[in-house]
Write a protein that binds this ligand. Structure first.
Ligand code: G3I
Length: 371
């Protein structure tokens, strides 16, 4: 049953143990203490006979990984994450699609588990994502015709979520993918239609900052390496938000790329993004190999190209002024865990194979940092 708009809009967020199950309850969540299996030896992630130092030990910047709450229960993956990276980003469970349920009921069990895991392992937590054109829950859609309650609900959501992780999330993707696919302007969304193309974003940053004045607030987008026009529009948006007084504190370039990406595109893109002087986050990197096999005469040649793409990103991030090296986040560590593999089983986009063993690209990534 949909919540009465005024209840929802006045910030009466109901937190229930299960989405829409036994109706509203204000039962507080106790972030479950994550009893982690004893970490496996770090060598578990490496092929027999050859061990590479962990990514977090060789990179002159934080290396991160996407994570899902269920993965905490996989001792091999939990150990690989803890051994290899120093930051985690919830892959989907800190988004509206997970948190907002029927009638505006909120659930935080999974993001709380991730936050507890990060704290237990000493990992920095990057919140992802507050406002995204792609996720507009029915509870918000139902308020579409009422600007006052809609704005209140929008404000209450951002304040509730950022406030919940105050002191635990070091940073947030406040707005995700606001630039149009082709870079010719900004996306239309429920948020822009109800609250204004720029105002909905300015307001989001203002609210997030008020809820956690210490967190670094990012603007995040994709294909900024492939499309200079989109990158230019992204930079103009960032400047517009800064001029509007938004406490924008960093720029995220997702870097979901493939083996077709021209050499130098990542370096050129990062250099361009660095022009505003803000911290930069390669926020969701993977290098898809599916669909590109015909470009290469052998799997070794394909693996070498994948390694070169990762190496370019590592070198570009390392080449930034220290204050601008926010992090390089991999959108997963093992191929089997990648969203791309869920879409195409033949893809091998990440640095570790299905068993958590280093792939050649890991050696290339690390070698780029030692040259
Ligand atoms: O785990 C549940 C499973 O229990 C359930 O049976 C199944 C069907 O409902 O859903 C599973 O959850 C899915 C989750 O991925 C884990 O696979 C969610 O439905 C699905 O929406 C979610 O997709 C995520 C997607 O963003 C949308 O949130 C992907 O994992 C995630 O990789 C992807 O990440 C995005 C970034 O946020 C933004 N940039 C692009 C990137 C790739 O699309």
């Amino acid at each position: 049953m949909a919540i009465m708009p005024k209840e929802f809009a006045t910030g009466f967020f109901r937190m229930s143990g299960r989405r829409g199950a036994e109706g509203p309850s204000r039962r507080a969540f106790v972030g479950s203490a994550v009893a982690l299996a004893a970490c496996q030896p770090a060598a578990r992630g490496q092929p027999a006979g050859r061990s590479l130092p962990p990514l977090r030990a060789v990179a002159p910047f934080p290396v991160g990984s996407a994570i899902q709450a269920e993965q905490i229960d996989d001792p091999d993956l939990a150990a690989l994450i803890a051994a290899q990276v120093s930051q985690v980003t919830p892959e989907w469970q800190m988004k509206m699609e997970y948190i907002v349920g029927e009638g505006g009921a909120l659930r935080f069990d999974a993001p709380d588990r991730i936050a507890s895991f990060a704290a237990a392992k000493g990992l920095r937590l990057h919140g992802h994502t507050l406002i995204w054109y792609a996720q507009t829950p029915a509870a918000f859609e139902a308020l579409d015709s009422q600007p006052g309650p809609f704005r209140d609900a929008y404000a209450n959501y951002i304040t509730t979520v950022v406030g919940r992780y105050r002191g635990r999330a070091a940073s947030w993707d406040v707005v995700n993918e606001a630039v149009a696919e082709d870079g010719a302007g900004l996306r239309d969304s429920l948020w822009s239609r109800r609250l204004g193309a720029i105002e909905h974003m300015r307001l989001a940053y203002e609210l997030a900052h008020a809820a956690d004045p210490v967190a670094i607030l990012f603007l995040n987008d994709y294909n900024l390496e492939y499309l200079p026009a989109k990158r230019a529009c992204f930079l103009r948006l960032a400047e517009t938000l800064l001029k509007a007084g938004a406490p924008l504190g960093g720029l995220g370039t997702q870097t979901h790329v493939g083996l077709d990406l021209p050499a130098g595109a990542i370096a050129a893109g990062l250099s361009d993004l660095a022009s505003l002087g803000l911290p930069l986050h390669i926020s969701e990197m993977d290098v898809s190999t599916a669909r590109f096999h015909r470009l290469f005469s052998s799997s070794a040649e394909l693996a070498a190209r994948q390694g070169a793409v990762y190496a370019e990103a590592a070198k570009a991030m390392a080449g930034l002024p220290a204050a601008q090296r926010y992090a390089l986040t991999l959108w997963g560590l093992r191929d089997r865990d990648s969203w791309r593999v869920r879409e195409n089983r033949a893809d091998t986009p990440l640095l570790f194979d299905d068993l958590g063993r280093a792939k050649p690209a890991l050696a290339d990534f690390e070698a780029a940092l030692s040259r």
